[in-house]
Ligand binder design. Structure first.
Ligand SMILES: *Cc1c(COP(=O)(O)O)cnc(C)c1O
Length: 358
């Protein structure tokens, strides 16, 4: 068996969920499990959180079907609403909460013949300009949906564009606009993603929507996950599948971009970009072997990558290699690669087995 596994610590996941709840006392939380729970496996994540989570949020009805199988009674929010009118009856059968993010979705809802009314989250475009109604549209649709037979609760949802940059002016503006729209009167309001859960109590409202923080990664460039009280959930572990000594002047890997400056020991690791390890990892990027950091040597290949073991003479064939996780924060790797933990987590590919602990 190929020695590469993504170990998912479900106890850490639960810890992080409870931490989100502690940040926003008295509030309820939709645990965001879209994109297969940010790559961790939605089925197992929902299972692990089921008895403590107030609800779950997903990106589409296909993801809701999976969550519903595991959590028969939980509130399940479709963050982008129904992509076509034909999904509305199914959403009603599944008992979903749905966002309504534009005219077409709102008209389809009013035209639908549903087995039971849905909890509706009217999406307000407070400044992100991706989905949702402007203030005038929101006012109009609030009036039309308020007493519609298809609507149970009429709720308000919006999303921050820059909450991960503390003190950003757009966040204040979005909060201001949101407060204005709240005056229309809603059963429930929600605004806070992880960044706002962690740093913007005035955005907590009735429901929070933590995503990335559940998985133990930080939404902030300058605030580490551990500083925020979060525990890493996924650890990606490969192994040394070959070790060799090379002379000074020899190069390693595709393109021959890494050249040994001294007689060097090179380890080959069972993880590559086809597993989701970023090919963009720059020279100097590290992995952890026997508790010690060693740098990559040369380009990441599809199924393998090379490391410089010269300063770790104890390293042996078969040693475990942590690509990210408990000893090497995913956010550190993401930052070095010019991306975010979100992307690395969601891009761990299907051939990497997930192993659940905790
Ligand atoms: C993904 C998503 C979230 C969660 O965001 P995080 O930054 O991962 O906490 C919350 N709300 C909406 C609408 C989303 O799409």
């Amino acid at each position: 068996m190929r020695p590469l596994v993504a170990t998912v610590d479900l106890a850490a996941l639960r810890h992080n969920y409870l931490h989100a709840k502690q940040c926003a006392p008295q509030r309820r939380a939709f645990a965001v499990v879209k994109a297969d729970a940010y790559g961790h496996g939605a089925r197992r994540a929902v299972q692990a959180l089921q008895d403590i989570a107030d609800g779950f949020a997903v990106a589409c009805i296909e993801e809701a079907e999976v969550a519903r199988e595991v959590a028969p009674t939980a509130r399940l929010l479709l963050l982008e609403g129904c992509f076509e009118p034909a999904e509305l009856p199914r959403a009603a059968e599944l008992g979903l909460d749905i966002a309504v993010q534009g005219e077409a979705q709102a008209e389809a809802l009013l035209a639908a013949d549903l087995a039971r009314p849905l909890n509706v989250w009217l999406k307000f475009d407070s400044g992100m300009h991706r989905l949702g109604f402007d203030i005038a549209g929101l006012r109009a649709w609030h009036a039309r949906l308020k007493d519609a037979p298809q609507v149970a609760e009429l709720n308000l949802i919006s999303h921050f564009a820059c909450a991960d940059e503390r003190g950003h002016a757009l966040t204040d503006l979005q909060l201001q606009r949101y407060a204005e729209v709240m005056q229309l009167g809603f059963d429930n309001c929600t605004l806070a993603n992880s960044a706002a859960v962690l740093t913007l109590p005035q955005a907590h409202m009735e429901w929070i929507r933590p995503g990335i923080m559940l998985y133990g990664a930080t939404p902030f460039a300058e605030l580490a996950a551990t500083t925020l009280g979060l525990q890493p959930v996924m650890t990606l572990t490969g192994a040394l599948i070959a070790v060799r000594d090379i002379d000074a002047g020899e190069s390693v890997g595709y393109g021959g971009t890494w050249v040994a400056q001294r007689p060097s020991r090179i380890g080959t690791v069972s993880c590559g970009y086809a597993d989701g390890y970023p090919r963009t990892a720059p020279p100097g990027t590290e992995v952890v072997i026997r508790g010690q950091r060693v740098p990559l040597a040369g380009r990441v290949s599809m199924d393998m990558l090379a490391v410089d073991l010269t300063d770790l003479p104890a390293a042996r064939l078969g040693d475990a290699v942590e690509l990210w996780g408990a000893q090497l924060p995913i956010d550190e790797l993401a930052q070095a690669c010019g991306t975010i933990g979100y992307e690395l987590l969601t891009k761990v590919t299907g051939r990497v087995p997930r192993r659940y602990v905790g």
